[in-house]
Design a protein around this ligand. Sequence first.
Ligand SMILES: Cc1cc2nc3c(=O)[nH]c(=O)nc-3n(C[C@H](O)[C@H](O)[C@H](O)COP(=O)(O)OP(=O)(O)OC[C@H]3O[C@@H](n4cnc5c(N)ncnc54)[C@H](O)[C@@H]3O)c2cc1C
Length: 499
Amino acid sequence: MFIDSRELEKNQLLQADLCIIGAGAAGITIAREFIGTSKKVILLESGGFEFNQDIQDLNRGKNTGHHSFDLHVNRLRFFGGTTNHWAGHCRPLEAIDFEKKPWVPYSGWPINRSDLNEYYFKAQTILELGEPDYGDLGAFEKATNLKALELDNKRLQSVVYGQSPPTRFGKVYRQELENAANIDIYLYANVLTINAHPSLSGIKDLSVTSFTGQPFTVQANKYILATGGIENPRLLLLSNNVYPQGLGNQNDLVGRFFMDHLLLRPGLDLSFTHPGLNLRLYHGIHQLEGRKQFAVMTIAQNLLRAEKLANFRAHLYRTRPRYQLPIGGVFSDIDDFAGENPLKPARNNSIGVHLVLDPTPNPESRITLSQTDVDRFNQPRVNVKWLIDNTDLNNAYRAMELIALEFGRLGLGRGYSDLFKDQHHWPNNLEAGKHHCGTTRMADTPQLGVVDADCKVFGVDNLYIAGSSVFPTIGYANPTFTIVALALRLSDHIKSNFV
Ligand SMILES: Cc1cc2nc3c(=O)[nH]c(=O)nc-3n(C[C@H](O)[C@H](O)[C@H](O)COP(=O)(O)OP(=O)(O)OC[C@H]3O[C@@H](n4cnc5c(N)ncnc54)[C@H](O)[C@@H]3O)c2cc1C
């Protein structure tokens, strides 16, 4: 059932077995898992069914790091959350993304890829993906009747991506949730603080306000915070009734390790010369029976280990011939990369490479509360200091070099980049992936993370976190498939731990 919080009487006390905060991909997935169970669930959502600029303004904040992005545009504050405008690209993380890599400080998840396999499988249905052949390029080639590039798989490999319609969670799952007798969804319900028991044993209740200012309280046996990678740490930091430094923040880790995918577009312009060459497998989305897919290129894992690099993926897209491109700033010509088979670039047949890079975790890259700016509920807004360092720059350069070398070897053209070797600044065209991760990271110990392997906040008995804020590292894949898989795993864990 949906309830409009603006119509509640002042100071009501609402009670449930489970309370979920935030109705995006994570929150809605968990609520659905409890439909028809004996548990009463309350789902609290800040917005209504449609976009509203005044509510969206609650997401405003400041950027003080290396790269700015629009905090009030990148995430959406209404039922369905940011899935109301996500693009739907889906691929599981690779096994290597979960590993502790000695050359990447703070890497390593407390779980393995195999712990998520069954949940990725189930997530495919939720994200309306059908059953993409993630591990089977041959099947994809056969289904499309297209050939993958003959990449040197010691250097690069082609992998398959799934494409969700994209699923708009707020629309696709609205009716089912409305019909669920044990799920109450409060719209226009903004959680202000998560209040700990004075005994420190766990969470006592939530202070909530409707958008129009009616305060109310929610009490539950267990709570799940699912408000996205920036609001999750914000709410923990705001919740300081017992712990002055904020909930789960005994070791000053809440909000640290903020990460996003680094996106260079175009990373390289490749002019290709083969008249019969068909790169359609790599650009455009292929509608197959019961599923949509496309291919990307990634680095060979042995090379990643041998050179101590970062994971990346590269998409191809059609672009205007290079000589027509407006050249802003300095472009360095790196066509010597194509040295293995130097070719004159064709001037009328260009493709762009869109590079997406796995960033290095950095504790100084962080979300904090503003000392000066507050929202309409008088809550401090966020300050995002996103830091990306020279390791990331060098990884980006090497990724582009590898792609250019491979295209040179195949005789497909030459690469140009706006990144120099040993350069100390990012090009102007650097973008953020809009994937906000790392700020309540998962770890084996509270010294290294905010939540444990079950997504429970260390030191707090009944508070769990869902969403990409728990990712300690992020690989090259978009996060939502993993967010949904983790949400399903968390639902199973909570079900089995209800007494
Ligand atoms: C333009 C764009 C394209 C994207 N494309 C892709 C893609 O192709 N593939 C991919 O994997 N990912 C993509 N993403 C990222 C994807 O949208 C997110 O990973 C995903 O939506 C995160 O899910 P979530 O449930 O954690 O958070 P959200 O979906 O952001 O949901 C959080 C919810 O919490 C609510 N909330 C916030 N604060 C409070 C509060 N105090 N009280 C109550 N409720 C609150 C919000 O209103 C919102 O509904 C894209 C993002 C953008 C911006």
